[in-house]
Design a protein around this ligand. Sequence first.
Ligand code: 5RP
Length: 250
Amino acid sequence: KYTFNLIRLFSQVNQPKMSLESAKRIAAERAIDNHVKDNIVLGIGSGSTIVYGVQRLAERVRNENLNIICIPTSFQAKHLILDNGLTLGELDKNPVLDVAIDGADECDIELNCIKGGGGCLLQEKIVASCAKNLIIVADHTKNSQYLTERYKKIPIEVSPIAYVPIKTRIESLFGGDLKLRMGVAKAGPCVTDNGNFILDWFFEGSPTTDFDGINREIMMIPGVVDTGLFIGMARKAYYGMADGSVLEKE
Ligand code: 5RP
């Protein structure tokens, strides 16, 4: 009985992980199939979901002989593009993108997003802002009614010299608890692709219902480089569902 229960527990623990990975894959593949056509400039997001999108993109580029210029949103994205034999572009040469496809940590019913769980929010936001269309790809756990319903922190990228004053200022103005994100080995702070630190803003419940307003106020604090709040930027979201379908929202 003990062995049986262990096996059952093990399969329960492993089940959601497997289905979440396939949910990410079907969402990313659908977005690539729907939005990629020949001769476009395409923003490549960061995170685990976009990996499946880039694999599909590489397959389509090979099979259909497509000419796609890919603009990365991070060191990870740059190497995904190169490792998959795709054409690497840069904003200096291609300041206007046709589409950017990226993941999200949470996305609400109006397609406002929290991003930056992987620490790439600044370049992601710059690239998204240059794109005519920002498309979100995610598994169903990222789909929420309102921001911070499911994802309980907002990442903020800051200049290293200002992290303590920024932490103090935001906590006294808006409450919550800002924690300096540490690197994987916890030996020092996580340093972004841009040489900055990340403050993760944790709170009980939700800090506000006006995320646009709070975003503007935080952006005014000297030393804040950018926030993980992507308000009014995304045009469409693809969610991979547990039953194998893809939910499209716009
Ligand atoms: C990185 C991001 C990612 O896009 C976000 O964290 C989603 O990642 P994943 O696809 O692994 O769920 O914003 O900074």
